[in-house]
Design a protein around this ligand. Structure first.
Ligand code: SAM
Length: 264
């Protein structure tokens, strides 16, 4: 009940935020960094899935929106909104889980790298990069966070990946196994490919994966076509790199199609 005696409505999340919410381990004190309207922490606390949350925001407008969102939900006792850059808003040991969603993968990795010491005591990271997922996988692997699951989803014409990782005493070994070289139906899947396409997503049957990588392929083909018209050395080098990327995407898509056919 809010102060007016009305029952507060549970906020409605997008499919993307809902996917993240479902992954947060029940009972986790949770920090949502780059929280904007604080929808995710409000939802998690309203559901009683988590006891308390911290919503971090660097920018004034989204910070004000978060403060308003928390006040409107009458959750100011359970959710603290803090203004600051990345993990700097946290005191080491005060949260169990951190969510960072809706930013580029390079920025997410930068936030994690520059605030590493604030991750003491954190058991789970749920990360949703809008682009540049490879940077996030690389950071997790390099810092011994075990990538436990990956989800790919489409919403309103956009495709998102959600990376769920946990601390584990044997994370280094488990990641080594996750990213090991595998030979499957004639394709050698090496570490770089797993970092790009996702070590789980590569093997999951989900047409959103095809949608994403066919789209990437079309984009690269368009840029490559323009580059072919240029004589500069830089363009030639870039073109070579793009051609390798296109070859890899084509190989992966063909391999998945073959795997699908043979499983029918
Ligand atoms: N997390 C919400 C979601 O997924 O719907 C909001 C995403 S919004 C596109 C990204 C938010 O991250 C913005 O509100 C921006 O102000 C905030 N942000 C960007 N860089 C940040 C940083 N270094 N530390 C904290 N917040 C940041």
């Amino acid at each position: 009940m809010d102060r007016m005696g009305c029952i507060n409505m549970i906020v409605k999340l997008s499919k993307r935020l809902q996917t993240i919410a479902e992954l947060v381990l029940p009972g986790s004190k949770t920090a949502d960094i780059g929280s904007d309207h604080a929808l995710l922490p409000v939802y998690l606390v309203q559901l009683n899935k988590i006891p308390l949350a911290i919503a971090g925001e660097i920018n004034e407008g989204p910070y004000d929106a978060a403060v308003r969102g928390v006040a409107e939900a009458d959750l100011s006792k359970q959710i603290t909104v803090r203004r600051g850059d990345g993990l700097s808003v946290l005191i080491p040991g005060e949260v169990d889980a951190v969510t960072i969603a809706g930013m580029g993968g390079a920025l997410i990795s930068h936030i994690l790298e520059s605030g590493k010491e604030k991750l003491a005591g954190v058991r789970q990271l749920v990360l949703q990069p809008n682009v540049g997922e490879t940077f996030v996988r690389q950071w997790l692997r390099a810092n011994d966070w075990y990538l436990q699951s990956e989800t790919i989803l489409e919403e309103d014409g956009k495709i998102y990946e959600v990376l769920n990782s946990v601390r584990a005493p044997d994370a280094h070994q488990r990641n080594a196994e996750l990213y090991c070289v595998e030979s499957e139906a004639g394709l050698q899947i090496h570490e770089e490919m797993k970092l790009t396409f996702g070590p789980y997503l590569l093997f999951q049957e989900n047409s959103v994966f095809e949608q994403k990588w066919n789209g990437e392929l079309a984009k690269l083909q368009m840029i490559a076509k323009q580059m072919k018209e240029s004589d500069s050395e830089q363009s030639k080098r870039k073109l070579q790199q793009f051609e390798e990327e296109m070859k890899q995407i084509t190989e992966v898509l063909a391999w998945r199609q073959k795997a699908r056919r043979s499983s029918k």
